[in-house]
Design a protein around this ligand. Structure first.
Ligand code: AMP
Length: 622
């Protein structure tokens, strides 16, 4: 027996705006966030590339105004995504973003960096924070991602970890982590709504927990809605009030407030500070000094609630849609969890509790709850908590493209991961030595309507008649949602495999759209698939008959040979048209016309030198 010591694993919330690192305190068994040397828990997810070096966190955030072109924020929006997916976002960013080989690169501070490289700087800072706390090297982490992140986005997150020198032992969905922090994995069964409203994003997730296993039933949200929008409406209201009450001074000084970047920044900070104070107080006094006057204003919680009410209302519709997608009524929600700084706003809490008809869990710090849950998961993996298992589900179906462009699904949507699936395929052309494997994701019948995830080739197959090679395709999704596809030709043992690379990105709205489209186009898709299948079958029969005629036409009487040839021509013509019933009929007719020929060939093969190789070949080729 050798002595084993639990290796320490940290839990990381890699956020759009802020990131945190946490661990489970062995003395109390409770998760705790690790502070930096100044006692700050939140590390702003901002990285600045300056001539003096790379800055991260608060130091980088201070560069935002001074060096907008070299300071990267919100990089999470680009992780594992293609240029096409993010080009609508570009107007929000001052730095240049360009397409690069299926991902994007950012032009900052005179260099080109990928989103995982930027996230790695943040992860490394958190790793170092944990190392300073424990006074030992930290090599393993659990990292959280939004529930709607696809394979590419999860893979990019793992890449970021690797670049930072961290082995990402598990990727956990953020709502699952928040539920873990509240100990909801101990429920024997229940449905949980996790409402997450941060600075710039809103997510609602509906989870089911059963015997410690989490399943994502539905997700929804808005990628551009959050506390920053609250600040903006308060700021605009203040601006109007200032322009009205200090009209004379403003005209005299020639100040154009709305275009004065510094004054607007000042107003934005004052608006946010007032909003935060009004989460705990009923009334507050605002004082903003300008060059020619000082603005004073008393502002009440009711004022702010009136201003932000329409924004809060915009979060409720996605909640209703998520409930509908999960096939649940609000009475069926057992637990509500609040995540994100903006859920401290009393109005937000009230509206969410009204919608779901129950009190929400909110006693943990909503900024920390995801990191705390990541630490709980880390502790489970390290072996410190042994009474549970954690699982998630695939958001979209995964499969491969087969003959004629039809999708063959190996892992259906909503399958609990980790999971694996295996299916047998073969070749469609005689003597084919290379098979092209195209991995796709989506709910449509044809590959061209799904997302292309990866392509690879299986080479070196011995030349054989079509249909003889036995190609086994295996899909394996690990606990982090990363997909591995392997193909093996069983006769020759030739194998090839691929781990899905970040070629594309996918947003929550894309997932929704793809599922919706699969319903919308269901009938047309099925018709298209049936036509392709009829053609595929016709092709197989045509190939066999041509080969049989080549080998055995001397066995036939002239009239019978002509009958087969004309049935063959009729099928060739039908195949070129769109009528699948006609193709089926002509295929059956050709099969029927060749029954006698098949019998004759079988007899000839058996009669002729028994055991001869040629006979075996003919038989095998049937
Ligand atoms: P997060 O992205 O979760 O860190 O949330 C950040 C957002 O929460 C920002 O818009 C903050 O202004 C907002 N926030 C933080 N604390 C409070 C508070 N006490 N009341 C209202 N909003 C808050």
């Amino acid at each position: 027996m050798t002595e084993t010591r639990l290796s320490r694993i940290i839990g990381i919330d890699l956020g759009t705006t802020n990131s945190l690192v946490a661990y489970v305190d062995e003395a109390t068994g409770l998760p705790r966030v690790i502070a930096d040397r100044e006692g700050r828990m939140l590390l702003p997810s901002v990285v600045a590339f300056t001539p003096e070096g790379i800055l991260v966190g608060e130091a980088a955030r201070r560069q935002l105004v001074r060096r907008p072109q070299s300071t990267v924020y919100s990089v999470k929006r680009f992780m594992g995504r293609d240029y096409e997916d993010v080009k609508d976002e570009l107007r929000y960013f001052p730095f240049a973003i360009r397409p690069a080989d299926g991902i994007v690169k950012l032009d900052v501070g005179g260099r080109q960096v990928t989103p995982p490289e930027v996230s790695a700087v943040v992860l490394k800072a958190l790793k170092e924070r944990a190392e300073a706390h424990f006074k030992e090297p930290m090599e393993k982490a659990v990292v959280t991602v939004p529930a709607y992140f696809n394979d590419s986005q999860r893979q990019a997150t793992r890449d970021a970890g690797r670049i930072a020198g961290l082995d990402v032992v598990r990727i956990v969905n953020e709502p699952t982590a928040a539920s873990l922090a509240y100990g909801l994995h101990r429920l024997s069964e229940g449905v949980i709504a996790v409402y997450d409203l941060g600075g710039g994003t809103f997510d609602i997730s509906i989870l089911r927990v059963k015997d410690g296993i989490f399943e994502v039933l539905a997700t929804n949200g808005n990628t551009h809605l959050g506390g920053d929008d609250f600040d903006r409406v308060i700021m605009l209201w203040l601006l109007e009030d200032i322009q009205c009450r200090h009209h004379a001074e403003i005209v005299r000084s020639g100040l154009d407030l709305a275009r004065d970047g510094e004054a607007m920044q000042e107003l934005r900070l004052a608006a946010e500070a007032a909003k935060i104070r009004l989460s705990t107080e009923e009334r507050t006094r605002l004082t903003i000094p300008f060059a020619d006057f000082t603005y004073h204003q008393d502002i009440t919680r009711a004022d702010v609630e009136r201003l932000i009410e329409p924004l809060v209302a915009r979060t409720l519709e996605p909640c209703r849609r998520a409930l509908a997608d999960a096939g649940l009524r609000r009475e069926q929600i057992d637990q509500v969890v609040l995540v994100g700084g903006s859920t401290r706003v009393p109005l937000v809490r009230r509206r969410v509790e009204e919608l779901f008809g129950r009190t929400a869990h909110s006693h943990l710090n909503p900024d920390e709850v995801v990191a705390l849950g990541a630490a709980v998961q880390a502790q489970i993996l390290a072996g410190g908590i042994t009474d549970m298992l954690l699982l998630d589900v695939t958001p979209l179906s995964l499969g491969i493209e087969t003959l004629g462009g039809i999708v063959s699904i190996l892992i259906p949507r909503n399958t609990t991961i980790p999971t694996s699936a295996r299916e047998m395929f073969t070749t469609s052309v005689d003597g084919q030595t290379v098979v092209d494997l195209h991995v796709v994701q989506g709910e449509r019948e044809l590959a061209k309507d799904c997302r292309s995830l990866a392509r690879f080739e299986l080479r070196g197959i011995d030349p054989m008649p079509a249909g003889l090679p036995k190609i086994e395709v295996t899909f394996l999704i690990d606990a982090n949602g990363i997909l591995q596809v392997a193909a093996k030709e069983l006769r020759t043992g030739k194998a090839a495999s691929i781990e899905v690379k970040p070629t594309y990105g996918l947003s929550e709205t894309d997932v929704e759209r793809m599922v919706e489209e699969s319903f919308q186009y269901a009938e047309a898709d099925v018709n298209a698939r049936l036509l392709i299948e009829a053609r595929n079958e016709a092709d197989t029969v045509l190939t066999h008959v041509r080969r049989a005629l080549g080998q055995g036409s001397h066995l036939l009487a002239e009239e019978e040979r002509r009958g087969i040839t004309s049935a063959l021509e009729e099928l060739e013509q039908a195949r070129a048209a769109q009528d699948r019933d006609l193709i089926r009929d002509k295929t059956t007719a050709l099969n029927h016309a060749t029954e006698h020929l098949a019998e004759l060939m079988m007899d000839a093969a058996l009669k002729g030198a028994l055991g001869s190789k040629r006979a075996a070949e003919i038989m095998e080729s049937q």
